[in-house]
Design a protein around this ligand. Structure first.
Ligand SMILES: Cc1cc2nc3c(=O)[nH]c(=O)nc-3n(C[C@H](O)[C@H](O)[C@H](O)COP(=O)(O)O)c2cc1C
Length: 311
């Protein structure tokens, strides 16, 4: 590590494969809408990038209510990929996203391989998109998506197909609901992924003992928030050790220190999810915190921290 003058403003810019980010802090899919929902709170230009809510080929209504339930240090959700579909995304959401001076990563989801490929082909024709995040990890849909994330052969074949369908960088979003996440990570790499993001939510359940009913309409939901952070950090560490691809660390990040855990475990960038619901400007505080950390420790380059865990 090179030392740094205390008056220098630390440079947080970083490359995530082919994607250049002004800083490593992104907002996670499904927790920041399509950007416009947060425009009164956050100067999007300050962010490393925005990962949009999942878009599917057809509009989806999502799962029955209730869709959210708080748990100790966590949130259970079963939104079920509610979204207006690709046509509305292209005509109404993308024109607004294009105007934002930050990286735009579009999260795509589907039930069949052909749906993912159609989405990729449509988005490939558009300007203003910096990468696709391929959601093969949503626990809240009955078919499709999550199956690709739990079987290495299917993950490989899907990513390979997508690699042929688009030149856009492909970030594959992995599910923690597997025995060995590194197997799926390796399959995504062999299929042609540029980067990986991990983790999506962990399948969970909560019951109201007075009504004897599940707290979530779909019975099970995806657990997010600080409760899942140690699992996510462990999975980033394991993947960094075994698979040579840049990683986006996601799962329970609420502060700069949380973000740094992921970076030291091997994440090149991080994405802030559930914490946006508690404090919409938390990502900006994390960016500032990273600058202060670099200054405090006299670290010249952010990149040198990635995977800097001492064991
Ligand atoms: C309400 C909600 C909606 C989400 N929607 C999506 C989605 O559309 N696509 C996706 O890949 N991940 C989605 N996620 C998962 C998050 O992007 C993130 O991976 C997960 O919540 C863990 O991070 P966190 O603990 O910081 O929230 C969603 C999470 C929540 C809480």
């Amino acid at each position: 590590m090179r030392s740094m003058d205390v008056h220098t403003v630390p440079d947080l810019s970083v490359s995530l494969g082919r994607i250049h980010l002004k800083n490593p802090v992104l907002v996670a899919s499904g927790t920041f809408g399509y950007g416009e929902e947060y425009e009164d709170f956050v100067e999007s230009e300050e962010l490393g990038g925005i990962i949009t809510k999942a878009v599917t080929l057809e509009p989806r209504e999502g799962n029955p209510p209730p869709r959210l339930a708080e748990t100790p240090a966590g949130l259970l959700n079963s939104i079920g990929l509610e979204n207006p579909g690709i046509e509305v995304f292209l005509t109404e959401k993308l024109p607004k996203l294009r105007k934002l001076k930050t990286r735009i990563i579009v999260n795509i989801a589907g039930e069949k391989k052909t749906e993912y490929l159609d989405l990729a082909e449509k988005l490939d024709r558009e300007t203003g998109i910096d990468a696709l995040e391929v959601n093969i990890s949503c626990p809240n849909v009955q078919r499709g998506g999550v199956v690709f994330g739990t079987r290495a052969d299917l993950a490989f074949s899907l990513v390979k197909g997508l690699r042929q369908a688009t030149n856009l960088p492909l970030i594959v979003k992995l599910t923690p609901n597997v025995t060995d996440i590194t197997e799926i990570a390796q399959a995504a790499k062999e299929g042609g992924a540029d980067a990986l993001s991990l983790i999506n939510t962990i399948l969970g359940m909560a019951i109201d003992v007075n009504t004897r009913r599940p707290r979530i309409g779909a019975i099970t939901g995806g657990l997010s928030g600080p409760a899942i952070r140690p699992i996510a950090v462990r999975m980033v560490h394991q993947t960094h050790q075994n698979v040579d691809l840049p990683l986006i660390g996601v799962g329970g990040i609420t502060s700069c220190e949380d973000a740094l855990e992921f970076v030291l475990a091997g994440a090149t960038a991080v994405a802030v999810g559930t914490a946006n619901f508690v404090d919409p400007v938390v990502s900006l505080e994390i960016i500032e915190g990273l600058r202060e950390y670099l200054k405090r420790w006299g670290v010249h380059s952010y990149q040198s921290l990635v995977g800097g865990l001492r064991t």
